[in-house]
Design a protein around this ligand. Structure first.
Ligand code: GLU
Length: 428
């Protein structure tokens, strides 16, 4: 049946950008494999609500600057919407829409009672002082007050935001309510209801998924040579975990460029260096290499933990890794996926591989609501159980249908949401 002319498919969409188109194209490839009805699919192709705000901030110089801010809530079918807030010069409504859609599939794949959201502010966070970032965060939170809440939409850290950002958000929200509301955000400091394992959760989860994949492939993780792009909260922790499990980390990179040592880098001291100096800029470990060279190094496992759009049609044929691991959201383009599939290089997809973050966010939220807290070991064990269950479903589905692991993950996630949508129906 043809869509009526007023349908969104025919409209110029405000969130229509290359990344959103990529998220929709992935979804469209998964729909027939998932076997869901077209009118159900049509609802899930668009975010439920997209909010744009303008945020005036008094800078240290006394000048006022107005920043654009966004929050996109993709789906509230199975629960409150959930997802990070990023501060970055490239944030757009379309980027948030794509990332919010991936959050929906990620949460449903992990069987967490959430839909996806993502938000951010277009700014240069590295050029701003702590005071400026605090004022930006507080005003952004206050602009979002009508659409956020512990049962509506729960934020978390993402690129260039952290525990402190979440503490400011939690405080701003709580001051409006008149009492402490820790469950409004996750990834906050432990002293105000944060989870003892949230900070490491994404990076540790990445390595739990890698380890499970190695088991299925018959590889010994301790014998693998790994290259890690990104050395922040995801890549830095993943590097430490890989090193702790005996794997050799031969190259890492951050915004200042890459470091390479074929015999393996001393990851704990690099991590300490980055923590002390803010980046790897002036550290003398290994040889300097560019980001592009790093991606094409010969290795067993390439972890992409920087940002979206890193492996594309141009560099996919030159990748020399035996396995690609998506710690970041959306680092591999659709065209690259096809090339890597052809070349027999498995890609552990973002919505499975970096789901440790939102899974421990869920544990944090449940603990805050119940005012009852688990130990680190309990949380680690619960995370491992959740990720293993999702991994096995994805791997088996991909094998059964002879499709990529990304397709397996999307199909598993999309099926859960579409079943819920069909059970609830469309209002009114
Ligand atoms: N920003 C993270 C992600 O992309 C975490 C989201 C959360 O914990 O809610 O998965």
């Amino acid at each position: 049946m043809a869509s009526p002319p007023e349908a969104l498919a025919h409209a110029q969409l405000e969130w229509d950008t290359p990344l959103y188109r990529m998220a929709v194209a992935q979804f469209d490839q998964a729909v027939p494999v998932a076997g869901i009805a077209e009118d159900t699919a049509e609802r899930l192709r668009y975010p439920e609500r997209s909010t744009i705000v303008s945020i005036p901030v008094r800078m240290d110089s006394g000048r006022r600057v107005v920043f654009p801010g966004y929050r996109v809530q993709h789906s509230s079918i199975t629960g409150p919407t959930k997802g990070g807030i990023r501060y970055d010069a490239d944030v757009t409504l379309g980027e948030c829409a794509a990332l919010a859609m991936w959050m929906t599939w990620k949460c449903s794949l992990l069987r967490l009672p959430y839909g996806g959201a993502k938000g951010g502010v277009r700014c240069d966070p590295h050029g701003m002082s702590p005071g400026e970032l605090e004022r930006l965060t507080r005003r952004f939170t206050s602009e979002l007050l009508p659409i956020i809440g512990p049962q509506e939409d729960i934020a978390a850290p993402d690129m260039a935001t952290n525990e402190q950002t979440m503490a400011w958000m939690m405080d701003t929200y709580s001051m409006q309510r008149g009492y402490a509301v820790p469950e409004i955000v996750t990834g906050k400091p432990i002293s105000i209801g944060g989870s003892v394992f949230r900070h490491e959760a994404t990076g540790a989860g990445v390595v739990m998924v890698v380890s499970r994949a190695c088991d299925r492939l018959g590889w010994a993780l301790a014998e693998q040579r790994c290259v890690v792009q990104g050395f922040g909260n995801v890549g830095g922790i993943a590097s430490l975990e890989l090193h702790a499990r005996g794997a050799s980390v031969t190259a890492v990179s951050d915004v200042s460029g890459g470091r390479h040592s074929p015999d393996g880098l001393d990851v704990p001291s690099l991590f300490e260096y980055a923590r002390e100096h803010g980046s790897l800029e002036n550290c003398d470990a290994g040889e300097r290499i560019s980001n592009d060279e790093l991606l094409e190094l010969e290795c067993d496992i390439l972890v992409l933990a920087a940002r979206e759009d890193q492996i594309n049609a141009e560099n996919a044929p030159h990748i020399q890794a035996r396995m690609i691991v998506e710690g970041a959201n959306g680092p591999t383009s659709l065209e690259a996926d096809a090339v890597l599939w052809e070349r027999g290089i498995p890609v552990l997809p973002d919505i499975l591989t970096n789901a440790g973050g939102v899974t421990v966010s869920y544990f944090e939220w449940v603990q805050d609501l119940g005012r009852l807290f688990w130990t680190r070991d309990e949380i680690r064990a619960k995370l491992e159980a959740k990720l293993s269950d999702a991994f096995d479903r994805v791997w088996d589905l991909a094998e059964e249908r002879n499709v990529t692991l990304r397709m397996g993950a999307l199909v598993a996630g999309i099926r859960e949401v579409s079943e819920a949508l069909e059970a609830r129906g469309i209002f009114p």
